[in-house]
Design a protein around this ligand. Structure first.
Ligand code: ADP
Length: 233
């Protein structure tokens, strides 16, 4: 693969949580580059720092030390307000528990990120487009409770896509799904990646990670190994 400019560039990223008088070194100098168009899985045992790294990459938190550059912009020292702006416009989040609002229709859930953005032309047609991309064009007026778990996660994927983010960050996106449905969701993410989307997922599951093209392994706050995913898995 040719080396394109890094979408994400992280150097010597550390995160120390202080609990009273004790310190937890959740990240110990992580360096990482992710190019535009990559499909990356982050694996590692519980407590190895995966969520902490995802939070930093998603601009939900700031590092104790080290640098983070997203699309050429240094984002590691921004204020909470500026980080919120980046989250809303450049990051699409997908969570294990879907995080849909039960009182809203599928279409209104998907449209939520557009509420925080001015100037989106014809948001309705944008919502229709992304629902079509995840195969739920005929479910726009349903409520989340009327959908299966896999369909709810597809809604969450559509919501993550709607504002056209630079990267999709998915934290255990298949954790609440049976394995066949989980594979199905990974195929949706794989299809988006083939269409050019940059995707980073956190997972405990090697089978799920096998859908990615690059698998990063964390242990005790460090990236210890990297291999290529096995797309036939
Ligand atoms: P993983 O996602 O791989 O399970 P985490 O990033 O959640 O790992 O946690 C890494 C380490 O940091 C763990 O020891 C965890 O207990 C600690 N940790 C995570 N979040 C906090 C926090 N908000 N306050 C204190 N310690 C935390």
């Amino acid at each position: 693969m040719t080396v394109s400019s890094a979408l994400i560039e992280v150097a010597s990223l550390s995160k120390v949580y202080r609990l009273g008088t004790s310190e937890v070194h959740a990240l110990r100098g992580v360096s990482l580059r992710i190019a535009e168009g990559e499909f990356v899985a982050l694996m590692g045992p519980s407590g190895s720092g995966k969520s902490t790294l995802m939070h930093l990459l998603g601009c939900l938190d700031t590092p104790t030390s080290g640098t983070y550059t997203l699309e050429g912009r240094s984002v590691s020292r921004l204020s909470g307000r500026d980080r919120a702006g980046i989250r809303n416009s450049r990051i699409g989040f997908i969570f294990q528990s879907f995080n849909l609002l039960p009182a809203l229709s599928v279409a209104d859930n998907v449209a939520l990120p557009l509420l925080y953005r001015r100037g989106t032309k014809s948001p309705r047609s944008r919502v229709e487009d992304v629902l079509g991309l995840v195969g739920l064009g005929d479910r726009a007026h349903h409520r989340p409770a009327e959908l299966s778990g896999g369909e709810r996660q597809r809604v969450a994927i559509a919501r993550a896509l709607v504002a056209n983010p630079a990267i999709i960050l998915a934290d255990e996106p298949t954790g609440n799904l049976d394995s066949a449905t989980g594979d199905d969701i990974m195929r949706v993410l794989g299809g988006l990646n083939e269409a050019g989307r940059t995707v980073l997922i956190v997972t405990h599951d090697a089978q799920i990670a096998g859908h990615a093209r690059r698998v990063l392994h964390m242990r005790d706050g460090e990236l210890v190994r990297e291999d290529s995913g096995d797309v036939s898995a």
